[in-house]
Design a binder for this molecule. Structure first.
Ligand code: ME8
Length: 667
């Protein structure tokens, strides 16, 4: 049996999964499910990318070890994909033991073959992309994908991979294998960039410790650069055997299904690393488009996210899977909206598909007591037409799926559902029953059941749960997904004598006025607020830059402290749990603050400016590592931060401008 190994990108775990991630996993799942239906021995790999700087920083902020933090987050990704019906065979984590060994082995292989050397890296680094960026690629000083963040300046001694040696072999491979990079637009982008010249890339970091350790015999003080580590997951997932020159049962991968923002890593760096290691290249890298909201890319670092689980809660996984395939066409970007989702649900699933099934089931019950009749042998030309159409569509949709055009295939399959609904109108079974034309009535009903069963099989990669429900309603044996795609045309043989089950309403119509989608609108309103805040923040940042510039003109450069001095302060966000005046004083307030993991008592001289009850519930900033002191006999276990005028006539407490977990570090 031919085999098919498909992988998705592995997601960074510094935020929860969002609809962009979900779109990719659904897209890959549809292909994996199709391949299984088409008779391939299929292996589907997805997982999480855990060694990123953001992860290390966030874990620290939450007072967890990086691994503990990753355990929680990887669990959330995995459970989101389970809820979405993603049929992965392995959920890989870059902290898995076998992966760490594979990464170290690939470093050894490339090193032995002379493609790794030590040098100094100095340049910009975008923490959100985990990418070294050349100055020429910055737009107004910012990473093109993360315009709200400053790239960091990095200067360190690193190991480099000799990417520049692979310019010609890469171009040759891409030209000789038109299927290597898809869609064609991405292929052209990549070719043009390679022609622009390749520079060697850093593959290690010496200023961080969270990562796969470099092989000890090469260097004890470096960890592997997160992208080098991440790409190698595809080999680990294939069953790579370190040191044995065995690349694993599933290697080479047939398809890396990834977003268009990371084609450079997959289409240039990854194949070059494989070439340098004498390992065959994957067959195809497909760079899908982005899910956007109002034209903006959904992105956790930019704060524009919709939680797929919220959508699943309201509607179930299948409507979301279906809608995303429709809204984000093959290889392109597509806009998500709650309204669009609700409209598609009502028009396509409730009206077209739901009604087709419900009407057909009702007629079988009414005219044949629920049992699908035996063929009558009487066929009109239209009766032949709908059957032939079903067979043709199964072939066309198959071809589209083989070309990875899932949205195109879905469109074709929907053609059968539309045609079957029209067939009901045209053949008017109720009139046939009235006339007593039982033979034709039998034919029409059989054709309808056949069309629905064909659609159920072909739709099973897209809406797997619903397909099984449809299969069940029809009273067919086994599962829709057990029918091979090339046997769809033989489905008629399964039908006579089957008994319809009591149909649950498959896709109840959504009441657009009073539906759960108000939740969606609420979230969009939240998004709009966030965008406003972002605008404000950008203005504020500009102001700060302007002020800094002015200050630099007048400030002497002495009396400054280093970042190390600053980092001695343990500043934390805390919630004021209770507050009261200290009796016998005018100025002092005693409060209990909540740091998430512990509660503390604080004394502050702010009674002239704040009433105790106004303080309760505020998220303030405190110095958490200050030695406790007694003020008027009351112990203060820390200090809150406040600003004041020189004459101390005005004072304001420092608070955070949006909720952060209690105990978050202020840096
Ligand atoms: O890039 N629409 O992780 P990631 C569609 N860890 N796809 C989107 C999207 C959107 N709005 N936003 C993100 C990484 N994605 C690396 C990958 S692979 C060896 C390492 C896609 O969490 C994105 O294009 O930033 C990528 O394919 C995947 O989600 C993970 O993104």
């Amino acid at each position: 049996m031919a085999q098919y190994y498909i992988t998705t990108a592995i997601d960074y775990v510094n935020g929860d999964p969002h609809l962009g991630h979900a779109y990719e996993k659904i897209g890959a799942d549809i292909i994996a499910r199709f391949k299984r239906l088409a008779g391939y021995d299929t292996y589907f790999l997805t997982g999480t990318d855990e060694h990123s700087i953001n992860v290390a920083r966030q874990a620290e902020a939450e007072g967890l070890s990086a691994k503990e933090f990753c355990n929680i987050m990887a669990g959330r990704f995995r459970s989101a994909w389970d809820n979405l019906g993603i049929s992965y065979d392995r959920f890989i984590r870059t902290t898995d033991d076998d992966h760490i060994k594979t990464v170290q082995d690939i470093i050894r292989r490339t090193n032995e073959r002379g493609y790794i050397y030590k040098d100094i890296y100095s340049g910009y680094y975008c923490v959100s992309c985990e990418r070294f960026i050349e100055e020429k690629d910055l737009i107004e000083g910012k990473c093109p994908f993360h315009p709200s963040q400053e790239p960091e300046w990095v200067e360190e001694s690193n190991y480099f991979f000799a990417l520049s040696k692979f310019q010609d072999p890469l171009l040759r491979h891409i030209n000789e294998n038109p299927e290597f990079i898809l869609p064609a637009a991405r292929r052209n982008e990549v070719i043009n960039r390679i022609k622009g010249g390749l520079q060697d890339v850093s593959v290690s970091r010496s200023t961080m410790t969270w990562g796969v350790p470099f092989p000890r015999e090469i260097d004890e003080d470096q960890v592997v650069y997160v992208w080098f580590d991440a790409l190698i997951n595809y080999l680990t997932g294939a069953g790579y055997k370190p040191g044995a020159n065995e690349f694993g049962k599933w290697w080479p991968a047939n398809l890396h299904y990834i977003g268009k923002d990371i084609t450079w890593f997959h289409c240039v760096i990854w194949p070059a690393v494989l070439m340098a290691s004498d390992i065959p290249l994957p067959k195809t890298i497909f760079g899908h488009g982005f899910v956007t909201i109002k034209g903006l890319k959904m992105s956790k670092s930019e704060g524009i996210v919709v939680d797929p689980l919220k959508v699943i809660d309201s509607l179930g996984a299948d409507p979301l899977r279906f809608y995303l395939m429709k809204a984000v066409p093959h290889g392109q970007d597509g806009d998500f909206s709650f309204e669009g989702l609700a409209e598609t649900y009502n028009a396509d699933l409730a009206n077209d598909l739901g009604n087709l099934i419900n009407r057909t089931a009702a007629m079988i019950k009414k005219y044949f007591k629920g049992e699908v009749p035996l063929p009558s042998g009487l066929y009109e030309p239209e009766d032949e037409k709908i059957r032939i159409l079903g067979d043709e569509i199964s072939q066309i949709a198959h071809e589209k799926m083989e070309k990875l055009d899932s949205s195109g295939a879905l469109h074709e399959i929907w053609g059968l559902i539309t045609a079957a609904n029209k067939y009901i109108e045209d053949s008017a079974p109720w009139a046939l029953a009235k006339e007593g034309n039982n033979k034709r009535l039998v034919t029409v009903i059989l054709n309808l059941v056949e069309s629905i069963a064909k659609a159920a099989v072909m739709l099973s990669p897209f809406i797997p749960d619903s397909s099984e429900k449809i299969w069940d309603v029809l009273g067919l044996k086994g599962k829709a997904e057990d029918i091979r795609w090339d046997k769809v045309i033989d489905i008629r043989g399964l039908l006579p004598g089957i008994n319809l089950k009591e149909a649950e309403l498959l896709f109840p119509r959504l009441d657009m006025e009073n539906s759960d989608f108000t939740k969606g609108e609420f979230r969009l309103a939240e998004l709009a607020r966030k965008e406003k805040k972002k605008e404000k923040k950008q203005k504020a940042d500009q102001l700060i830059r302007d002020i800094k510039g002015e200050e630099e003109g007048v400030l002497k450069m002495d009396g400054l402290i280093s970042i190390d001095d600053f980092s001695k302060l343990d500043l934390r966000v805390a919630e004021v749990a209770s507050a009261e005046r200290i009796k016998g004083t005018d100025k002092l307030i005693k409060m209990e603050i909540d740091l998430g993991t512990e509660k503390r008592q604080l004394v502050a001289g702010i009674a002239e400016f704040y009433a105790p009850e106004d303080l309760v519930g505020k998220y303030i900033v405190v110095v958490a590592n200050l030695k406790p002191v007694k003020i008027r006999g009351v112990e203060s276990q820390g200090m809150l931060l406040a600003g004041s005028t020189k004459d101390l006539k005005e004072l304001a407490i420092i608070t955070v401008d949006r909720p952060l977990p209690k105990g978050s570090k202020v840096r």
